[in-house]
Design a protein around this ligand. Sequence first.
Ligand SMILES: *[C@@H]1O[C@H](CO)[C@@H](O)[C@H](O)[C@H]1NC(C)=O
Ligand SMILES: *[C@@H]1O[C@H](CO)[C@@H](O)[C@H](O)[C@H]1NC(C)=O
Ligand SMILES: *[C@@H]1O[C@H](CO)[C@@H](O)[C@H](O)[C@H]1NC(C)=O
Ligand SMILES: *[C@@H]1O[C@H](CO)[C@@H](O)[C@H](O)[C@H]1NC(C)=O
Length: 704
Amino acid sequence: VKMRLLLLLAVATSRCLHEETQKSVRLLRPHFSQMPTRFRSSIPPLPGSHDPQPLRIQTYYTRDPVSNEAWDPEGDEGRGESRARAALRETICRIQGILAVTPVQGPLLLSRDPTQYCRAVWGDPETPNYHRCSLLNPGYKGESCLGVKIPDAHLRGYSLWPEHGLPQLIQPDGPGVPDTDFLLYVRVAHTSKCHQEAAAIAYAACCQLDSADRPLAGTIVYCARHLTSPGLSHSDIVTATLHELLHALGFSGQLFKRWRDCPSGLSAGENCSTRKQVTGRDEWGQLLLTTPTVSHSLARHLGVPGPLRGAPLEEEQGSLSSHWESRLFQGSIMTATFDGARYTRLDPITLAAFEDSGWYQVNYSAAEELLWGQGSGLEFGLVSTCRNGSSDFFCTHSGLGCHYLHLDKGSCSSDPRLEGCRMYKPLASGSECWKEENGLLPRAENPHGEIYHLHSRCFLANLTSQVLSTDKAGQSSITPTGRCYLHQCTHGGGYEVRAEGSPWVPCLPGKAVQIPGYYGLLYCPQGRLCLSNKGTNAATSATSPPTRFPTQDQLFQLSLGLTGTPGQALGKEQREELAELVLQAVVTRAGTGRCYFHSPSITTSLVFTVSMRKSPGCQGPSTATLYRSLTQTFQEKPLQVHHGGAIFTTEDSKLLTSLDHNLSMTDGRLLSTGFCLLLLILVGALGALAYHKRATLQVGPSTT
Ligand SMILES: *[C@@H]1O[C@H](CO)[C@@H](O)[C@H](O)[C@H]1NC(C)=O
Ligand SMILES: *[C@@H]1O[C@H](CO)[C@@H](O)[C@H](O)[C@H]1NC(C)=O
Ligand SMILES: *[C@@H]1O[C@H](CO)[C@@H](O)[C@H](O)[C@H]1NC(C)=O
Ligand SMILES: *[C@@H]1O[C@H](CO)[C@@H](O)[C@H](O)[C@H]1NC(C)=O
């Protein structure tokens, strides 16, 4: 009941918090006039130091003074913080693989706001210290970023200037934050905004810019209560975090006008000119983001030759827009509504926007295909065409069908952002075809032959195994509706389907097929299934369900059976000691740091178990590689451990248990992610998968 309530609220609020929070923040840039010239010197750049490098984001966690006293790791904020940490680590890893910047030279130091610490400045343009601080503000409380107090250690100092001559240093520069291009303050709290927006997972704003206006620092606030909701999976929080961070890094109505035009690429740095006009309107009055890479990227997506005038932005009442128009960008990470990680993609058009900001070099290889509207042409998503049946991304009648990704059954419905257009939205419960637990109870009647399975998808169909009795009006046909059937990809981008008890039947995209054993037809969607694997791996499909972040399940468990001399059972303490000794022997054998091994234990029956995953900062091979070579060495040469006058030897090594058996350990994608492997799948997060939310949530500051 509690869950329901939460989700209903989520549906009711469809507002994104980013704009109002960003508007409330004063964006600071360096004020060079306030610095004595001798402090202004910068370290001479090293050769090559202007080459773009992966964006280094450092996080700085802050706690509210009040809750600090009663910090409870088991409370909402404690559990929320550990979920937030796991999500942030993964999100930052992803962003680092995508955005590169000219690195900040030396430690990052943030600016102070002269209008805060200074009450008056010298006003005579003839004097050397013109416009420098002549009178301090005694009430100055330091700088903050969206409610988080910035430590003095992260800030430049400040001085009081006499009318002539050298300044009196009031506060020296802090040491700054080394190896950082963007400093992210993180707060997990139940703020009044969280309170007002029951559906907000998080919100964020940027608060400091560099001299080329690139965002240097910002804050993300996670709403503690919602963060611990069982309806949110780890991937959902990662996705919401990514959305928020992308706002803070530049995708924001408040920052669009500061984007730079860098004809000669990033290395031109401050020479880039500010793009003056980045938004406009088309002939229908639609608000557009008009920068060149974005326009080309959208044209490519819609399959239109030549560039468009721009990419539609959501019109938000009375303020600038920070989101793509929902009618054209369903499923993009930067739309204003968040339907869950499974439906959300980091699409190439959003990445193009980051290229157009002039601040980043973008690696598109991590972009995820946006299926919505793909190849649908210039007229796609217009209020004037979405209701005339010209595109099957939109539906026109009320009724049941399939969500466009075909993972879920859906009902034809609208929301305020669709402005009257309708689409099949996932049903409120049990509509996921890929979830076996949604299937019928065993031995229950299944006249439509539905199959719920990881590889099932939603198809429009009216299959039935029962002969229909003709009713009075002589009607005997059932209207096709969304049903779940098994599919498998075949060579050349085709696929086959199967209903309960039927053989595999080739499905011709765009055609209807008959299934042996059933009356009625099954309609094969075109351009939605089995797109990316032209014939190779028949097990996957363009719209694949739960493993969008393939790294997160990379958790190995190493189990070793031991045989030892003492016949009697070991006590708890002895087992702990022995576990520690075995772990030391394993680490020595591995020849790596201890950072791969977590939570060693030994059972009374002498089975040693340790989890393997690579902690951040851990140097060495991937966990999978290490796991494989380790287990091999145990087969060749058992471990021996001396303890309490006895010798313990490994007798055999048992096979790994990875959390998701569908993820093959040899999958190249998993191994290549190396250091960024994100492993934190907490048992709690797994539990959450069982619930899965299906309401339309809003992404906090952008949504929730
Ligand atoms: C900026 O432009 C000036 C004048 O064209 C040039 O001398 C300088 O090298 C440029 N700076 C960078 C970082 O490209
Ligand atoms: C882009 O990222 C991929 C991995 O995601 C990497 O293999 C490739 O080298 C990167 N390209 C550039 C130009 O950095
Ligand atoms: C829908 O409207 C568009 C634009 O008015 C038109 O080009 C298209 O042919 C229409 N399609 C149908 C099926 O009526
Ligand atoms: C299935 O739907 C098709 C098209 O709507 C219809 O012609 C056919 O009679 C239906 N079959 C059954 C068994 O209802």
